[in-house]
Every structure is written in structure tokens, then in C-alpha cells.
Design a protein around this ligand. Structure first.
Ligand SMILES: *[C@@H]1O[C@H](CO)[C@@H](O)[C@H](O)[C@H]1NC(C)=O
Ligand SMILES: *[C@@H]1O[C@H](CO)[C@@H](O)[C@H](O)[C@H]1NC(C)=O
Ligand SMILES: *[C@@H]1O[C@H](CO)[C@@H](O)[C@H](O)[C@H]1NC(C)=O
Length: 480
């Protein structure tokens, strides 16, 4: 209980810090004339609120700002912290792609005018931006598994395409890479000076935004970005389940979870009224508007400080946005309570966790291959992993979210290995299912690696409530 409270306190602190840095950005860093986005440049009404006071925890606007993850002065980071007699053995990084253009358009409205070319005189900026562009433009096709080589290596459209990574998205990951480089390479010397392609394991889904996010992170991270040392594998599944994707029980949990979502939505009359109003504004049936997932597009307007769309019938406004965003937050809350998603998450995350512990076991045995792993992925990748680990308080993965597993060796007892887990720079190891009691039962400062291994190989299935002892059994169990 004490730890839970401390965790909440930490989260609140993290939120406060993020808030302070956001405010700094609002007040000092972004010139008011950053209106290049507003194609046409007329005096458009802007939607970005001016945060002046600390909002209550469930404030939809505040949550949306965290989700945007607008690059700001200070990024919190607890990565790489361990007692001095521990040696860093390997690091496994899961990222969500950075800020992107919407995946859906709101019918009959003008798309937000955002420029997806990378230019130095636009905010947000990073000192490695130009180097990134010039390195990417001489990219080599041999660094990718098919069909990745057909993807563009950096965003480059004057009007973003649907789902395209933006300059903000690139900068977010250059910053992630730089931060990890300072900690893991400069401080802990994870990679030897003669490092080669064998030291890395890189995997991405087949979207340009994930490949480009991964490349930006590596460009910020690696001491020298040498195309000959880069090899990105292609992952067809957003769950990164490779050869183990077939799992009927997981799909049953997902169907039940979707049913829960649907019923919760029906109960929310304010939400229904809001969709109705918005549908009237854009003059389409409510059903069609809902299917166009307007929150995705509105979040893009919000994160880029572009006014919400208007038509002859009126404007979509901040109140509409707040109602939908609030519903999202309530949906996540009920999702945690009803635990159907947990069933989906445990089965969905098992293959990638299993793969990760295998890689860690090899590193623990002293093998030097694949000691830095990068999975460039999506919210639907990180969410199940977070839930499966028992990190129920964790927020929905923001743009450029990072979830990191660190493996450490005790120099005083070289056979002993420990694990740390960090989400967006906050240490969450002692809030995971497999280590939350550790500090109560042990005086040791670090979480034993075995805890994670046993969790993935055994306890994950027990957590599903049946008698299954393997992934295959759990996936094919009758009568869930
Ligand atoms: C958002 O737009 C408004 C109005 O143009 C402007 O006053 C404000 O500074 C902008 N905020 C950011 C963060 O760009
Ligand atoms: C890299 O350096 C280490 C020690 O300095 C050496 O043992 C290893 O063989 C070298 N590897 C390569 C590929 O040169
Ligand atoms: C778990 O990892 C082991 C070792 O790599 C592998 O043999 C096994 O097939 C994996 N199981 C699943 C369900 O991913």
C-alpha cells in the first residue's frame, strides 16, 4: 500500500514536472508566429490552452497535453540508476512511434494543414535534425528486411500524408536516442568501441512512422550511424508475436473487451449528444462520424495548436473535444476494473516477453550479441505489455513513449542478475506483478531477474485464472 501511494506520488510528481516543462515551452520556446502549420495563415482561432495552474488529475486537457508529448526543456529520466557494484548487461527498448498525422479524416472538413518536411527553422528542433536528414537521404537498401526497403526513411511531404511521422515525431525520438546514449553508452559503456551489427537487435512494423521513429532514435543513440551496422527486421504483427500469433482465447478476450467498450459508450448520453452535434456540424450521419474516429484527428489539431474544423453549420469546439477525451479516460478506468483486457494483454504480450527474456538469458550467460534491442512499435504494442506486467496505473502510451527493460549483473556475485523496468523515464519495477512484494520480503535493492523469468514462463498463465501452464494451453483453453 505504501509503495502504491509512493508510486502515485511519483506519478503526480512526474506529471507536475512535465507540466512545468510544458508551461516553460508555452511561455518561452515556441514563437507566436509558429503559424506555418495553418496553411493560408489567416488569423485562425487557436485551440491550445494556456496552462497556468496545476489541473486536477483527471483533467482531459491536461491528459491530452501529456499525450502530445511536445518536446520541452527537461525530460525526466531514471534510466541507468543502480548501486555502483552493478554492471549493465543489456537494454531492451520498446517505443511507440512519434507524433504523426491522423489516420482518419473527419468527413467533409479540411484536413489540418501540417508540413511533414523536416526543416531547421521550425520548432520543435533538434541539433541532429540536419545530420539525420542527410544521413537518411543516402540510405542503403541492404539495412532492411523485405518489405521495409520500400519505405521512405524520413518524412518528406509539404502536406502530411495520413499517418505520416511529423517533424515533432522525429525530434521526439532524436531526443529519446540522445538521452539513452548519454546514459547507456557514455555513462555505462554498454557497447564496446568496436561494436558491430551483432550487438544490436532492431525490429519494426511495416509502417513508415515506426521505421522512421526507430531510425531517428538510433541516429540520436549510436556513436556513429553507420548503415553497414544497421539491420532492421520486419514485424508483421503489432503484437510482435512472430511465429506465435495464433491464439483463439486471446481473440475471445478481445471480443468481450470490445463489447464492454461498446456498452460503456451507449451509457454515456453526453457522449452520444456530442457526436450528434458534431455530425450535424459536418452534415453526415452520426454513425459515419463515429466510424471516422474523430478524436484521432482532433488530437492532431490539439497537439499542433490548430483550430478545430468549422463548416457553414458551425465549429467543432473544445467542449466536444473534452467530452470525447473524458470518455476515453473513463473507458481506460473501466477497462482496468473489468479485467477482460488483462486476459487479452497477458496472452498478447507473452510472445514478445518470452523472446525478450530469452535474449536476456543469453546476455546473462556472457554472450555479447543483441545487448541493445529496439522494438519500434505502436500504442497497441505497448499497452498490452504494460497491462501484462501489472502496471495498471500507467498512462496510455503517449507519442514517442518508451518502455525499457535493463538487465544488470552484480559484480560481487556475478551469477546474480537483476532487472529494472522504466516507463517514460519513471522506474516502475516495484509496481509490476512480479516484483511488487520484493521490497517487503527482501532487503535487496534490485529486483531479481528470475522473478521476471518465472512470471513469463509460469505465473502469467496462472494470472489468467485457469490451470494452463503454457502459452499453447492458455491460448486453446475451452470455455473462457
Ligand atoms: C497557440 O495559438 C495561439 C493563438 O494563435 C497562440 O497565442 C499560442 O501562443 C499558441 N501556443 C503555442 C504553444 O504555440
Ligand atoms: C572488440 O574488442 C574486444 C576487446 O577489446 C575483442 O575481444 C574483440 O575481439 C573485438 N571484436 C572485434 C569484432 O574486433
Ligand atoms: C519462448 O522462447 C523459447 C526460447 O526462445 C522458444 O523455444 C519458445 O517457442 C517460445 N515460446 C513462445 C510461446 O513464444
Amino acid at each position: 500500500m505504501l509503495f502504491r501511494n509512493r508510486f502515485l506520488l511519483l506519478l503526480a510528481l512526474a506529471a507536475l514536472l512535465a507540466f512545468v516543462s510544458l508551461s516553460l515551452q508555452f511561455f518561452h520556446l515556441i514563437p507566436v508566429s509558429a503559424a506555418k502549420n495553418g496553411a493560408g495563415g489567416k488569423s485562425r482561432k487557436r485551440v491550445m490552452p494556456n496552462p497556468v495552474t496545476e489541473p486536477p488529475v483527471m483533467d482531459p486537457i491536461y491528459e491530452a497535453l501529456l499525450y502530445c508529448n511536445i518536446p520541452s526543456v527537461a525530460e525526466r529520466s531514471m534510466e541507468g540508476h543502480a548501486p555502483h557494484h552493478f554492471k549493465l548487461v543489456s537494454v531492451h527498448v520498446f517505443i511507440r512511434h512519434g507524433d504523426r498525422y491522423p489516420l482518419y479524416a473527419i468527413p467533409k472538413t479540411k484536413r489540418p494543414g501540417i508540413d511533414c518536411t523536416l526543416v531547421a527553422n521550425r520548432k520543435p528542433y533538434h541539433p541532429k535534425l540536419e545530420g539525420f536528414v542527410s544521413h537518411m537521404s543516402e540510405g542503403s537498401g541492404t539495412s532492411f528486411e523485405s518489405p521495409l526497403y520500400s519505405l521512405p526513411l524520413y518524412p518528406n511531404h509539404p502536406l502530411c500524408e495520413m499517418g505520416e511521422l511529423t517533424q515533432t515525431g522525429v525530434v521526439q525520438h532524436l531526443r529519446n536516442g540522445q538521452l539513452l546514449r548519454d546514459i547507456y553508452l557514455k555513462k555505462h559503456e554498454l557497447l564496446p568501441s568496436n561494436w558491430s551489427t551483432d550487438h544490436l537487435y532492431l525490429e519494426t512494423t511495416g509502417k513508415s512512422r515506426t521505421l522512421q521513429s526507430g531510425l531517428a532514435l538510433l541516429y540520436g543513440f549510436l556513436p556513429d550511424f553507420d548503415w553497414k551496422k544497421i539491420y532492421f527486421r520486419h514485424q508483421p504483427s503489432a503484437l510482435f508475436c512472430s511465429g506465435n500469433c495464433y491464439c483463439p482465447v486471446r481473440n475471445q478476450y478481445l471480443e468481450k473487451e470490445q463489447r464492454r467498450q461498446y456498452l460503456l459508450r451507449l451509457k454515456n448520453s453526453e457522449l452520444e449528444r456530442t457526436y450528434g452535434e458534431m455530425a450535424k456540424i459536418v452534415n453526415i450521419p452520426t454513425k459515419q462520424l463515429r466510424a471516422a474516429n474523430p478524436i484521432d484527428s482532433l488530437l492532431c489539431h490539439f497537439c499542433h495548436n490548430i483550430s478545430f474544423p468549422c463548416t457553414r453549420n458551425g465549429c467543432i469546439d473544445m467542449e466536444h473535444f473534452k467530452v470525447i477525451k473524458t470518455h476515453q479516460i473513463e473507458d481506460e478506468k473501466e477497462r482496468r476494473e473489468k479485467k477482460l483486457y488483462l486476459g487479452y494483454a497477458l496472452l498478447g504480450a507473452h510472445p514478445i516477453l518470452n523472446q525478450t527474456i530469452s535474449r536476456m538469458q543469453r546476455a546473462a550467460e556472457g554472450r555479447k550479441e543483441e545487448i541493445f534491442t529496439l522494438y519500434s512499435a505502436h500504442d497497441v504494442t505497448l499497452s498490452p505489455v504494460l497491462s501484462a506486467l501489472g502496471l495498471t496505473e500507467a498512462r496510455f502510451p503517449r507519442f514517442a513513449a518508451r518502455l525499457i527493460f535493463e538487465l544488470w549483473q552484480n559484480r560481487e556475485k556475478p551469477s546474480e542478475h537483476s532487472i529494472r523496468i522504466l516507463y517514460n523515464g519513471v522506474e516502475v519495477t516495484f509496481h509490476t506483478t512480479f516484483c511488487q512484494d520484493h521490497r517487503k520480503l527482501s532487503h535487496k535493492p534490485m529486483c531479481p531477474f528470475e522473478n521476471l523469468v518465472h512470471f513469463v514462463q509460469r505465473d502469467m498463465f496462472a494470472a489468467l485464472g485457469g490451470s494452463s501452464t503454457s502459452y499453447y494451453d492458455a491460448c486453446h483453453r475451452e470455455g473462457v
